[in-house]
Ligand binder design. Structure first.
Ligand code: BES
Ligand code: MG
Ligand code: ZN
Length: 494
């Protein structure tokens, strides 16, 4: 990861600040903009003159850069658009554009006037900081040349701004960046062992966190035949990773977050076509979401109990790989015909879901998975598909989606779909009857492993990589989708 991380609040007022560049926000028509008036005075009328010459009127995405004096060498006025339209996602985007722009000008430091940018509201501040951090995200780990595009290192914010919101925004921006990194590493580096070491590292430095790693022999011994069947074909050792976070009262039931961590999905014996198969390194992005939240929770310490669970393996062909037609027994005793070895994510998740459900009796389970190509057909890169068995939990996810501006769209879980995954020779089969409603039949399959526990499944195959807009999304690679949404869910948890 290479991005901006040092953002602090300073006591000096914008009118007293000394800087290489001072950033001021301006709503459309520049009405009552105190800051512009004041700086204009300091610059002997030069600012208003520049505004007139350039016809600058605060339209969204417009900006005006003027030379200053020996107090502030430059002044950057950012157009914020109409005041009524100024909401968190727009702010996140404006901030991302700003930090990108600063980078392109090779500026090391920015001083920002928080008041003119509306940072006296905590949600606006958080979004603004997230945007600053995410706007400068780039993954340069494997480049030996052209490194160091990240020039902007420090940001100072002045005005009536809540320091806690700055810190929170920074933590979340970094947690999303961490999730992106995990997604972007190639599969020869980012193995199940890599993910488990990262989980252990975060848990070790956090009191209240406890990490257990389950090996292949444990997975077999515990009766996780579905997970084992997928993992048996891979030489790279599989891991089930569980982190318990005890931030709440001892007796309080935890929330469980479960992630699909397929570090590479070749399809197995039901081999995928070779075009774009490289993208299947991203098949662990569900686990990256869980890891990103883990990172944020380890720093923000919410007062509740959380279980982080990841099933991680490769899905490979080979002489030890499972065959189409194999029948396996999952942790909850249900038997499954594996009719397509490429529908492996649901097999891995089946066992992790059933295990977490039995062992921890969670109040709610959320799972994240790049589960089906079909969700791309349904929703493209614009929204994650969500399915569940509980209205209240689903509504909480909708609220978190609104707060984070990470879009979700619900697909139905009618029992007709469940009929499609009934097995011929076993209780279940791991694919539907045809290709139709592939996202829903996958969801219906997972539903068999959570009993009556309130549960929401999020299919992020279209959103974990691919989206290029808004501007806080990366130009290439993993997005870190879901981390902010889950944070908001946890933050409002009652
Ligand atoms: N990891 C894939 C889903 C996927 C495909 C994610 C393309 C992102 C882009 C998953 O394991 C898979 O292969 N699903 C199959 C299921 C099918 C065999 C029922 C699919 O979607 O084709
Ligand atoms: Mg697959
Ligand atoms: Zn997969």
């Amino acid at each position: 990861m290479d991005n901006l991380t040092n953002i602090k609040l300073i006591k000096t007022a914008y009118s007293k600040v000394k800087s290489d560049i001072l950033v001021i926000g301006a709503f459309e028509n520049l009405k009552n903009n105190q800051q512009i008036k004041e700086i204009n005075k300091q610059l002997d009328g030069k600012l208003i003159k520049a505004i007139e010459i350039e016809n600058f009127n605060g339209k969204i995405k417009s900006q005006l850069l003027v030379h200053g004096n020996n107090k502030n060498k430059r002044i950057l006025i950012l157009g914020l658009g109409k005041k009524n339209n100024y909401e968190t996602d727009r702010v996140r985007s404006i901030a991302a554009d700003l930090s990108k722009y600063a980078n392109s000008l090779k500026l090391k430091k920015l001083v920002i006037d928080g008041d003119s940018l509306g940072l006296n509201k905590t949600d606006i501040t958080e979004a603004f900081i997230e945007g600053l951090v995410l706007g400068t995200y780039s993954f340069e780990n494997y480049k030996t040349k052209d490194k160091g595009k990240q020039v902007l290192k420090n940001i100072e914010i002045c005005g009536n701004v809540d320091i806690k919101s700055i810190e929170k925004g920074t933590v979340l921006g970094k947690a999303v960046s961490f999730a992106r990194d995990l997604g972007n590493h190639p599969a020869n580096i980012l193995t199940p062992s890599f993910i488990s070491k990262e989980a252990q590292r975060i848990a070790d430095k956090t009191k209240d966190m406890n990490c257990s790693i389950f090996e292949m022999k444990d997975i077999k011994k515990m009766g996780m035949g579905a997970f084992y069947g997928v993992a048996q074909g891979a030489k790279e050792p599989a891991k089930m990773i569980i982190v318990e976070y005890n931030g709440g009262p001892l007796k309080q039931k935890p929330v469980a977050l479960v992630g699909k961590g397929l570090t590479f999905d070749s399809g197995g014996i039901s081999l995928k076509p070779s075009s774009n198969m490289d993208e299947m390194k991203f098949d662990m992005c569900g686990s990256a979401t869980v890891m990103g939240v883990l990172d944020a929770v380890s720093q923000l310490k919410p007062k509740l109990n959380i279980i982080f669970a990841i099933g991680s393996t490769e899905n490979m062909p080979g002489s030890n790989a499972q065959r189409p037609g194999d029948i396996v027994t999952a942790y909850n005793g249900k038997t499954i015909e594996v009719l397509n070895t490429d529908a492996e994510g649901r097999l891995v998740l089946a066992d992790v879901l059933a295990y977490v459900n039995k062992k921890y009796k969670p109040a709610a389970i959320l799972d994240f998975a790049t589960l089906t190509g079909a969700v791309l057909i349904a929703l493209g890169n614009r929204a994650s598909g969500v399915m569940g068995n509980d209205k209240k939990l689903m509504n909480e996810i909708f609220s978190a989606s609104k707060l984070s501006n990470e879009k979700v769209w619900e697909l139905p879980m009618w029992e007709e779909y469940t009929r499609e995954i009934k097995g011929k020779y076993a209780d279940l089969k791991n694919i539907g009857d045809g290709r139709l409603a592939g996202t829903i039949t996958a969801g219906a399959f997972l539903k068999e492993f959570v009993d009556k526990t309130p549960w929401v499944h999020m299919d992020i195959a279209g959103t974990a990589w691919g989206p290029k807009e808004p501007s806080y999304q990366p130009k290439v690679g993993a997005t870190g989708v879901g981390v902010r949404l889950v944070w908001h869910y946890l933050n409002n948890y009652k």
